[in-house]
Design a binder for this molecule. Structure first.
Ligand code: FAD
Length: 350
């Protein structure tokens, strides 16, 4: 077998984590990205939170992913001499009687206990509407995705491993021993191209169900509140004083970067029902999350193209999961370890 050398397509959260793991293992790689100004990873708020969603459940394999993410982002930050991973308190406020009743049932579940702060959150009633009835979570964080992606790109460029290119499937030729792109030979290609993979000819059978999402940038005086807050929408105070507020889910769309007006209006309504203090919307960003129906993510080599691999379907959890998922895939490709059957692209071929 030829010495490993990887071609990675896409420098979002997935491709960046793959590149870092390869760099740490001393395996050569080239990462090609088409350098779009707005992508899912660039837009993401980077929230990493254990108890999520309407059902108030602990996110799948949270502890495993969180442990990996903390160490991974700290290692990257050390190498880059930058902080982009910030542990934060996270307050979930309950919006109505039904949600309060649901929480009273769920709060004693053993899987919740490591993530619950022992005391109820103290909230400033001048800043937040209806601050009673909530709980505070531990082991939450946010990733400054813009800073992480840009600093990683700068490092990969310095290493001569980052190329701006819009790579088409037909540009990459593969055989049993490797792949060729622009006259260069690689042991593998890994497509980590986010929702654009819906159009990849080798993935036509994968049930993508990607969702467009919008985040607002807001100016408001939170009187020193630094925790992530959530009731009907989430709100992230950033160190520069701005807030990010999100997010919407739109399952049917044409333009990936223009949200439906009523979705934005609903988000604004949710913001004003959470914040008592005056808030001014100063910006808005929209992109598409790569989601695969009934899967937390899919990865591995293509059933009939052994040198062509994929990592996709990170959904709304790319910041949390990409470090673990990328390592898992590379250990499969480099060391021959088995993939988790739930994540294995080949086992989920239809
Ligand atoms: C509104 C919104 C809010 C979100 N909030 C959060 C959050 O709080 N926390 C969280 O963890 N996640 C969040 N997410 C989800 C998160 O952004 C995704 O899980 C993650 O970004 C997916 O990363 P990716 O690398 O798979 O895809 P992408 O980010 O789409 O990256 C793919 C990259 O590949 C490039 N590319 C595509 N095709 C080609 C090609 N042919 N040639 C070269 N390059 C190509 C693209 O330009 C892009 O740079 C949010 C997403 C949205 C839209």
């Amino acid at each position: 077998m030829s010495a490993p050398r990887f071609l990675i397509i896409g420098q979002g959260l997935a491709g960046t984590a793959l590149a870092w793991h390869l760099w740490e293992r001393g395996v050569p790689f080239v990462i090609a990205d088409r350098d779009e100004p707005v992508t899912c990873s660039k837009v993401a708020a980077g929230l990493i939170t254990p108890i999520t969603g309407m059902r108030l459940t602990v996110s799948w394999s949270y502890t495993t992913f969180y442990r990996e993410a903390i160490h991974f982002y700290r290692r990257c930050g050390k190498k880059l001499k930058q902080h982009f991973f910030f542990p934060r308190g996270y307050v979930r406020l309950l919006k109505n009687e039904a949600e309060i009743a649901k929480w009273h049932k769920r709060r004693r579940d053993p899987d919740m206990q490591p993530f619950l702060h022992p005391r109820p959150p103290k909230m400033d009633a001048e800043v937040i509407h209806d601050p009673a009835n909530g709980f505070q979570q531990r082991h939450a964080a946010w990733l400054d995705t813009t800073a992480y992606l840009q600093a990683s790109r700068d490092l990969f460029t310095t290493l001569g491993s980052w190329i701006k290119a819009d790579v088409q499937a037909t540009d990459v030729q593969d055989d049993a021993t490797g792949v060729e792109w622009r006259g260069q030979r690689f042991s593998h290609v890994i497509w980590a191209q986010g929702w654009s993979a819906e159009k990849h000819p080798l993935l036509s059978w994968v049930p993508f169900q990607s969702a467009r999402g919008t985040i607002l940038t807001v100016q408001a005086d939170l009187r020193g509140e630094r925790r992530i807050l959530n009731r009907s929408c989430w709100l992230l105070p950033r160190p520069d004083g701005s807030l990010r507020v999100g997010s919407t889910y739109e399952w049917k769309f044409d333009d990936p970067h223009t949200p439906a007006a009523e979705q934005v209006q609903q988000l604004e309504t949710n913001l004003h029902s959470l914040l008592k203090t005056p808030a001014q919307i100063t910006g808005m960003q929209t992109a598409v999350r790569p989601i695969i129906k009934n899967h937390q993510a899919l990865m591995g080599t293509h059933p009939t193209h052994p040198r062509v691999a994929f990592l996709n379907g990170l959904g709304s959890k790319g910041s949390l999961r990409s470090p673990w998922l990328a390592r898992h895939l590379l250990e499969h490709l480099l060391d021959g370890t088995a993939l988790d059957p739930e994540l294995d692209l080949q086992r989920n071929e239809v």
